[in-house]
Design a protein. Sequence first.
Length: 214
Amino acid sequence: MGEYSHVVPGLYYPGTATKSCALSYRWFRDTFGEDYARLDSRASRAPIGADGLLFHPYLNGELTPYGNANLCASFIGVRACHTKDHFARAVLEGVALSLLDCKTALGELRIPVGNEAVILGGGAKSPLWRQIVSDALGMTLIERDHTDSSFGSAMLAGAAVGVFPSLERAPALCSREVSRTQPDAQRTREYGRLFGVYQAVQRALEPIYNGAAR
């Protein structure tokens, strides 16, 4: 986890990161076919936990909290009953659990997170994925009409040249809230149980990946 200077003088922010977030879903789409809408439809038909199928999204190693480039992505718990529906949901849930790993790391450092977050990037466009992430984190996710992270850079540039009266006013003038995704308490508890399995599998596989990298 890194510590970064804020654009507001005197402030800083902690940075946690999942290395392959929306990239995991794009990899799955490109490798196994169908578009995102169809994959979302498939994933919605599978239950929470994908009937025991678990995905770790370590396609390029992982940052928070492991900081290990040797980690590899994996599907664990595959059985004959599993279909493409299960695999699609496992990918969405695996990324959500990786984000929960980031949130947990902040909690261990006693850094307050709050109960709400703005969701950005390509994954924010999927109502199903927003719900899965909201349930896994136990947080309300706010979607704005501009979800690309580069939009923030544009607002900073606008504030710097005087287009906006201040940095604080720029978001209100440029971006509006379009939806809120509320977590379901029962599903949050189910993902909490699944998170324990997710972490146990990571601990079991990490020595294997480290050995293979030597």
